[in-house]
Design a protein around this ligand. Structure first.
Ligand SMILES: [Zn+2]
Length: 96
C-alpha cells in the first residue's frame, strides 16, 4: 500500500470510530472530478491525492463522506452533524 493510501485509510479509521459508522468498503483511487463519494450500499470512495491536501481539508472530505452512511442527503441533519464534528466545514468545497 502506498503512502497516500495509508494516510487516507488511517484517517478514515479515526473518523469511522468518531462518527460511529462502519463503511462496507473503502476505496482509495484516482478521482478527477470529486474528492470522494459514498454509495447507498455503503461503499466510500476517496481520491488518492486527498492525502496531499491540508489535514483540515482531508478531515472535511472524509467526515462528509462517512456521514453519508448515516444521512444520505445534504439536509439539515447532515449540516448539523457536520457543524458538530467539523465546525469550519463551510469554508471548504466538496467538489474539485
Ligand atoms: Zn455529500
Amino acid at each position: 500500500m502506498n503512502d497516500q493510501r495509508k494516510v487516507i485509510r488511517c484517517r478514515v479509521e479515526y473518523w469511522a470510530q468518531r462518527l460511529h459508522v462502519r463503511p462496507r468498503l473503502v476505496r482509495v483511487q484516482r478521482m478527477t472530478r470529486k474528492w470522494g463519494s459514498c454509495s447507498t450500499s455503503g461503499i466510500v470512495t476517496l481520491a488518492a491525492d486527498l492525502a496531499d491536501q491540508d489535514t483540515d481539508f482531508q478531515n472535511f472530505v472524509i467526515a462528509h463522506e462517512l456521514l453519508h452512511l448515516r444521512v444520505p442527503n445534504h439536509g439539515r441533519l447532515f449540516k448539523a452533524l457536520m457543524t458538530a464534528h467539523v465546525p469550519d466545514w463551510r469554508r471548504h468545497e466538496i467538489r474539485r
